[in-house]
Ligand binder design. Structure first.
Ligand code: NAP
Ligand code: F7E
Length: 384
């Protein structure tokens, strides 16, 4: 039997990296579309890279862009994929308020370009398409918890662009009988998560604070609530969605929601530090109230303990309204009953296990000598 061929747009992103590895292990040949960039942008998939001179490669990269339909059509025509995972997007909600037109083009019309390419190339019966839809579609939520039938109410240019992508996927399924499905994925995180999304910003900052590399971290809205899962679980759902006989749309979530404030407390607790929040709105601050010597020494290192204990009573978290969004999504919590019953999918990581995975990764990352020597990290001063 010949190997199945998958095309992943957004292969250099968090989900693209986990999905590539997963599909290669399943025996697929994976083609990925990456953007040209003046710096290497393949960090997350470098371990999968194979020299173009190798025979029998199972990972092949193509230059491309969601805003270039001729390029997308050529690549899809050349490789005739069995499955397309359309993961490419300008995926940062706050940034989408700064670049709304580009976001609409890449995230909205970009999806149309993929669907239309498959149709024009007469691949409708061969190629199955997964569209990376999002819980951001629910925005100002109309129902709690949110499920497949909950009405959408998008609250950002990102979410509005994804709304178009959602419906054009449904429309191509209904109009042309295409096997095109939406995964409505709630927030999913990992050690590979982009550094300006809230969980990763927190786990990186907490790691730096306990190592004495950074004094405090400034955050936006501490009270919004998210249903966070692990990206490793969520990419399995993408695969399962495309293995179904008929195309359909599925909510993928954990069913548990947590405030940003509690995620910050949880991250500090992973390294034995008890943080208490006092004050309201912009005046709210997180103070160090206690340090568990044993946990701190085990996870961070005994050599950092004395210095950090001097910080008991000090604030390590502040609020900067620059991180607020013009319109916020306050609460997300998903009902994953359909995915459980129809796909047999369920999450294996709870939030504590996810936080532990990210914290242990980031403490080790920040400890690396070059980080200590060169302050080798990017200061997050772009108000994302
Ligand atoms: P991510 O880490 O931000 O990755 C996005 C990917 O899209 C990157 O490979 C990026 O390339 C690529 N990309 C951006 N603009 C592009 C363009 N114009 N042309 C081609 N490629 C482009 O996102 P993720 O967390 O893996 O999420 C994957 C998808 O799921 C996205 O569509 C996102 O909107 C959606 N989603 C994510 C979540 C979540 O919680 N993670 C939840 C629901 C839905 P560069 O590496 O060059 O930037
Ligand atoms: O924000 C609040 C912020 O940027 C989560 C994308 O993957 O998931 C992601 O979108 C919450 C928001 O993710 C900061 O206001 C507070 O309420 O991590 P985030 P997001 O906006 O939910 C969905 C499902 C996607 O589809 C998107 O592609 O955290 N928050 N303080 C902050 N957020 C950030 N980024 N930075 C802060 O300092």
């Amino acid at each position: 039997m010949s190997k199945k061929v998958a095309l992943i747009t957004g292969v250099t992103g968090q989900d693209g990296a986990y999905l590539s590895e997963f599909l290669i292990k399943k025996g697929y040949t994976v083609h990925g579309i990456k953007r040209r960039s003046s710096l290497f942008n393949t960090d997350r998939i470098d371990h999968l890279y194979q020299d173009p001179h190798d025979d029998n490669r199972n990972m092949i990269l193509h230059y491309g862009d969601m805003t270039d339909s001729m390029n997308l059509t050529r690549i899809i025509g050349d490789i005739q994929p069995d499955e397309i995972y359309n993961l490419a997007a300008m995926s940062h909600v706050k940034v989408s308020f700064d670049i709304p037109e580009y976001t609409a083009n890449a995230d909205g019309i970009g999806t149309l370009r993929v669907l239309e390419a498959v149709r024009l190339l007469n691949l409708t019966d061969k190629t199955r398409i997964y569209q990376a839809s999002t819980s951001e579609l629910y925005g100002l939520v109309q129902e709690i918890p949110q499920k497949e039938t909950t009405p959408f109410y998008p609250r950002s240019p990102y979410a509005v662009a994804k709304l178009y992508a959602y419906w054009i996927t449904v429309n191509y399924r209904e109009a042309y009988g295409m096997h095109a499905s939406n995964g409505i994925l709630f927030n999913h995180e990992s050690p590979l998560r982009g550094e300006t999304f809230v969980t990763r910003k927190v786990t990186r900052a907490v790691s730096r604070i306990v190592l004495g590399l950074q004094n405090k971290v400034f955050m936006g809205n501490l009270s919004s609530k998210r249903d966070w899962g692990h990206a490793k679980d969520y990419i399995k759902a993408m695969y399962l969605i495309l293995q179904q006989e008929t195309a359909n749309d599925y909510v993928i979530s954990t069913g548990v929601t947590t405030t940003i404030r509690d995620f910050i407390k949880m991250s500090f607790l992973e390294v034995g530090v008890d943080v208490e929040f006092r004050g309201v709105d912009e005046e709210e601050k997180g103070f160090v109230v206690n340090v568990n010597d044993e946990i701190f020494s085990k996870v961070v290192g005994e050599e950092y303990l004395a210095a950090f204990k001097n910080r008991i009573g000090e604030s390590v978290v502040g609020v900067d309204p620059a991180y607020y969004r013009p319109t916020e999504v306050e609460l997300l919590i998903g009902d994953n009953t359909k995915a459980r019953t129809k796909l047999g999918w369920e999450p294996t990581y709870d939030l504590k296990a996810l936080c532990q995975d990210m914290m242990s990764h980031d403490v080790e990352l920040m400890k690396k000598e070059e980080f200590l020597k060169n302050g080798g990290y990017r200061v997050l001063n772009y108000f994302e």
